[in-house]
Write a protein that binds this ligand. Structure first.
Ligand SMILES: [Fe+2]
Length: 196
């Protein structure tokens, strides 16, 4: 993780980030690594690639845990320190938003609606659609992977209960809106630059 457990306070507490990172992320990473080792693969790759030599069940586990690791790393790196105040997109990312939405607030509204309409846990993503050449808001169920070569992730928010329960109990909307105030747009901008 590029930040410390206290970096996101007061949006996310030290206790919440530590429990999420050490309790969930590290467990997923450990299971992914164990699955890989059982296949004779010692160097994990994120996101996971297709392992031809594994049986069907093993491939499913590899993909599940591999995407869980990838999504969590994206999430922890999608946020930035609150100390410098609220963030907003600039440069190319900002112009990409304006191509599809009337304003940044409109983009945030759609992102929030997408997240709150999810019927179960998962992640909400801002991604660049390479085929359409435009920014999209996507959600995925649980750790179900999507085609990240076509839809290149720029940032995401973890909507699993374990992400917000310590700080926000059941108030998913407040958690989400606060996280959207500390998006690391400088990082998202670099990811966008690397695409073209
Ligand atoms: Fe999570």
């Amino acid at each position: 993780m590029e930040n410390s457990y206290t970096s996101f306070e007061p949006v996310l507490s030290y206790e919440s980030v530590k429990a999420h990172y050490e309790g969930i992320y590290k467990t997923m990473r450990g299971k992914y690594t164990l699955n890989l080792k059982s296949c004779g693969i010692n160097t994990p790759e994120y996101p996971p690639r297709f392992y031809k030599k594994t049986d069907r069940e093993l491939k499913r586990d590899l993909y599940y845990y591999g995407f869980a690791v990838y999504a969590h790393e994206m999430f922890f790196n999608s946020l930035t320190e609150f100390s410098s105040g609220y963030t907003c997109p600039k440069e190319r990312f900002g112009s990409k938003i304006r191509e599809n939405w009337s304003s940044y607030d409109s983009f945030l509204y759609d992102f929030t609606e997408t997240a709150l309409k999810m019927r179960g846990p998962g992640f909400v993503w801002a991604a660049f659609d390479c085929s359409g050449g435009r920014l999209l808001i996507l959600s995925n169920s649980g750790y179900e992977a999507f085609d990240i070569k076509r839809y290149i992730p720029l940032f995401c928010i973890d909507m699993f209960e374990h992400s917000y329960y310590i700080d926000y109990y059941c108030d998913r909307e407040k958690y989400l809106k606060n996280c959207l105030r500390i998006i690391n747009y400088a990082r998202a901008e670099k990811l966008l630059e690397n695409i073209s």
